[in-house]
Ligand binder design. Structure first.
Ligand code: NAD
Ligand code: WQD
Length: 339
């Protein structure tokens, strides 16, 4: 039996493939390489000494997906494949809904046709919406995110819920990630954004390596301790291990049917200025920055209540902020131009 990992060549996907292989799972990756390179998987193979089956294809291509289920004995799908740039999603919303929502529906249809029902979905803290008061807890209702990207995650969670009500075989888990950062401690795999990084840590790392002159801190007048936004940053390897924990939870809970959701975060938030300081002191590098206007759509602060994952999945983020900073820098300095 193998685990199908859509989007498995990407940032979180490649780290999860590595964790799956370390836990003796067989893995089939299905990725259209729209935001990734197959090199990530080659490196995962080198790091683990195990092989990965890679199929290049698009989740909206039913025939290509069907072939994967025909040629491999798939027991469960971990579904990372999506477009993920929040700002871009407002420019090209149709592409986001097509890729993220229609793509997921196509995947679920093909899974149902092949009687594969275990499904782990890459959701996001953004599904709690703009009005939710942190810490976010899974008992809160799905909210209204400000971006089409966020809305696509809410829509998929709804699709999963309705699908689960219609087919008692379906077992869907939404993992709601907070802010994954860092890289594998080997420095061999990591986040490789194309063009100008949207997210904080890739930008900081590119300033550190000399590719960008300085960081813009988007706002220092928020109602937070130091005026900059606060987020719940977690190490991507902890996040990857959260997927293995969710898979084992599905395997060990044969009575479970329907859908459930788990927050994957550390349970506490830190500010943009604190990230800059942590990066500087962990790596002994100065990060020049300037304070810039607020970025549209940013919330002042949010973090996870991470109790449910701790209790049910026996999962907790265990790597420190210093680990996250050192591992980010090891990846960026070893690979100044990415893969
Ligand atoms: P990523 O872009 O590195 O990975 C996504 C992968 O999916 C890429 O390899 C891309 O080539 C592939 N892909 C995209 N569209 C595809 C399609 N139609 N068919 C096949 N493959 C396709 O992003 P990531 O940061 O690793 O994110 C993975 C998942 O986690 C995404 O669903 C994202 O929305 C979600 N997520 C990410 C974050 C974050 O901060 N990185 C936070 C919450 C949720
Ligand atoms: C973190 C903080 C910025 C860049 C986004 C999505 C979310 C999830 C993760 C997928 C914010 C500040 C950033 C910069 C800055 N993705 N910042 N200068 O916005 O919390 O979350 O990615 O689901 O859905 O919304 O993460 O890394 O973009 O920003 O000051 O150049 O860093 O304002 O406060 P965010 P981020």
């Amino acid at each position: 039996m193998a685990i199908l990992v859509t989007g498995g060549a990407g940032y979180i996907g490649s780290h999860t493939v590595l964790s799956l292989l370390e836990n003796d799972y067989e893995v089939v990756v299905f990725d259209n390489l729209s935001n990734a390179s197959e090199t990530s998987l080659k490196r995962v193979e080198q790091l683990t000494g195990k092989s990965v089956t890679f199929v290049q294809g698009d989740i909206r291509d039913k025939a290509a997906l069907s072939q994967v289920f025909e040629q491999h004995d798939i027991s469960a799908t971990i579904h990372f494949a999506a477009l993920k740039a929040v700002g871009e999603s407002a420019q090209i919303p149709l592409a986001y809904y097509d890729n993220n929502v229609y793509g997921t529906i196509t995947l679920l249809e093909v899974m149902q046709q092949h009687k594969v029902y275990d499904f782990i979905f890459s959701s996001s803290a953004t599904v709690y919406g703009e009005e939710a008061i942190p810490p976010y807890v899974e008992t809160m209702k799905l909210g209204t995110p400000s971006s089409p990207y966020g809305a696509s995650k809410v829509m998929v969670e709804r699709v999963m819920e309705d699908f689960g009500k219609s087919d008692a075989n379906f077992r869907g888990v939404s993992l709601r990630y907070f802010n994954p950062i860092g890289a594998h401690e080997s420095g061999q795999i990591g986040e490789d954004p194309k063009g100008l990084p949207n997210n904080l840590l890739p930008f900081v790392a590119q300033v550190a390596v000399g590719k960008r002159e300085k960081l813009s801190v988007f706002g220092d007048d928020y109602p937070t301790q130091d005026g900059s936004c606060e987020r719940d940053y977690l190490h991507v390897v902890d996040l990857a291990e959260g997927h293995v924990a969710a898979l084992k939870w599905l395997e060990n809970n044969s009575d479970f049917a329907g859908t459930d959701a788990f927050n994957l975060g550390t349970g506490s938030a830190i500010s943009v200025f604190a990230i800059i300081n942590a990066f500087e002191s962990a790596n002994d590098i100065q990060i020049p920055f300037e304070v810039a206007p607020r970025r549209a759509g940013d919330l002042p602060a949010f973090w996870a209540n991470a109790d449910k994952a701790a209790q049910a999945l026996n999962w907790q983020a265990k790597r420190s902020l210093e680990d996250m900073m050192k591992d980010t820098w090891r990846w960026q300095s070893n690979n100044p131009n990415g893969y």
